[in-house]
Design a protein around this ligand. Structure first.
Ligand code: SAM
Ligand code: SF4
Length: 431
């Protein structure tokens, strides 16, 4: 979502005459868009400002703006502690970015803008064409969260749930496809809680899939409790919806799930997985796990390992519990740090083994790949299959935006390598 926000901040800044630069020393405005989901985020801000100060030691300093959830959660402290920062702007008020920067340009006064103006934000952004040109483009459809899992900072930094209208999302999707996008990734902190005047995510997916040149649709991140039957059905009926679902569970232990306030059990989660598999037998899953949550015993941890094996997730994101200031879990007694780290190591080793076995099972098989861009080597192109596996092929052709069959020949834990089976050179997909 920060990537989507960064693109939109740039769309705004362009109106003020700013242009992107890859050369830090050339910048006259420096925007750091931050994430606050786990600790060390604030340290990273101070570290980055240190680097900036060094670069501009003998020069006029750029305007320095901190955006995103660190700005929301710790804005006032940042402004007080680091005088180099000119403004902090929260994720629900960045539509004011240009006014803020103009004020700083004129008066050089410090600004803190961290209101929750989500409706006003999207009203402003809707007037601006999304200029992103990525083959796989992000689109924020829903923001905020009303679930209040005990460990999570999102309800405090992004605010209450808000869903954008079907019409504005259809129009923005069309703009993205006109810019070259062939895949749209629908985003929300709780994406399947999407509800615009009773129209749910399933309706939005079906609407967007009417856009002719759009080949693929994905959505993330879902909460197991918001899976309505109509959404399960779309996985059966809509061929543009990709058969990989990111479905975080956080723990394989019912006791820990209850303590986290996740409001569902492992058994309910397993039933959901079965229903989704019934709707689309090809579907595969990825997930998030928090390892070493306060109160996690060896038994609880083993239940997470058991679930990891049972579902055979093709990808997992696992982290040690990180106490976020202001959340209820921050006051709980933490488990021993070295034990938490040891468990995370064991968990990630098993997750990696499962992923590698899955990747090996793809060798010598065909995959349908959407190509995105040239890879670092001139003669290679990078794309992803339907399950988001990264695939590189050797080719002299420009495959940007092309979908074609690839035979997987080799791979490692980062990338798969393949050979193109069929490519119609005359068919210009990206045009
Ligand atoms: N809404 C999604 C859900 O409920 O599954 C998750 C969104 S959250 C922004 C992304 C992931 O960050 C979570 O699934 C969780 O695993 C991780 N996360 C959030 N807070 C955390 C914390 N305090 N410590 C460790 N990991 C955390
Ligand atoms: Fe955070 Fe997701 Fe829980 Fe909402 S549902 S509080 S975003 S972990």
């Amino acid at each position: 979502m920060n990537e989507y926000d960064s693109n939109r901040i740039y769309d705004l800044a362009k109106r003020n005459g700013y242009e992107k630069t890859n050369r830090l020393e050339e910048a006259n405005c420096y925007v750091l868009n931050t994430c606050h989901i786990r600790e060390k985020a604030t340290d990273k801000v101070y570290h980055d400002i240190g680097r900036l100060k060094k670069t501009f030691k003998d020069k006029k300093k750029p305007i320095v703006v901190i955006t995103g959830c660190v700005a929301q959660a710790e804005g006032e402290i940042l402004l007080k502690k680091e005088r180099y920062i000119d403004a902090v702007i929260g994720p629900q008020s960045y539509h004011n970015f240009n006014n803020q920067v103009l004020e700083i340009e004129k008066k050089f006064k410090k600004l803190n803008h961290t209101d929750f103006d989500v409706i006003e934000k999207f009203d402003t952004l809707n007037l601006l064409r999304n200029s992103n040109t990525d083959i796989s483009s992000f689109l924020t459809i829903q923001e905020g969260c009303d679930k209040f899992c005990k460990f999570c900072v999102v309800p405090y930094t992004r605010g209450a749930e808000h869903s954008r209208s079907i019409k504005e999302l259809f129009n923005e999707s069309k703009d993205l496809v006109d810019n070259g996008a062939r895949e749209i990734y629908l985003l929300g902190q709780n994406v399947n809680a999407y509800n615009y005047n009773g129209k749910r995510l399933s309706h939005l997916i079906n609407e967007i899939s009417k856009i002719d040149k759009l080949q693929r649709i994905r959505y993330t991140t879902s909460h197991p409790n918001d899976f309505t039957d109509d959404l399960i059905e779309v996985h059966k009926d809509n061929k543009k919806l990709m058969p990989l679902l990111h479905l975080p569970i956080q723990s394989g232990s019912n006791k820990i799930l209850k303590e986290m306030n996740r409001k569902h059990s492992v058994e309910e989660y397993l039933i959901l997985i079965e229903n989704l598999k019934r709707a689309n037998p090809l579907i595969k899953f990825s997930s998030d796990f928090i390892i070493g949550y306060p109160g996690e015993t060896e038994d609880d941890f083993n239940m997470s390992l058991k679930l990891l094996k049972k579902i055979n997730y093709i990808n997992t994101y696992s982290f040690n519990f990180s106490a976020r200031p202001g959340t209820p879990a921050a006051d709980l007694k933490k488990i021993d740090d070295s034990l938490a780290k040891k468990r995370l190591f064991i968990f990630q080793k098993l997750a990696e083994k499962i992923k590698m076995n899955y990747r090996k099972s793809l060798f010598n098989k065909k995959a349908t790949v959407l190509f995105e861009n040239k890879s670092k080597k001139e003669s290679q192109f990078f794309g992803r299959d339907e399950f988001l596996n990264p695939i590189i092929v050797n080719t002299k052709n420009n495959l940007k935006g092309v979908v074609c069959e690839v035979r997987i020949t080799d791979g490692n834990h980062n990338t798969l390598f393949g050979e193109i089976e069929k490519f119609d050179e005359k068919k210009d997909f990206a045009a």
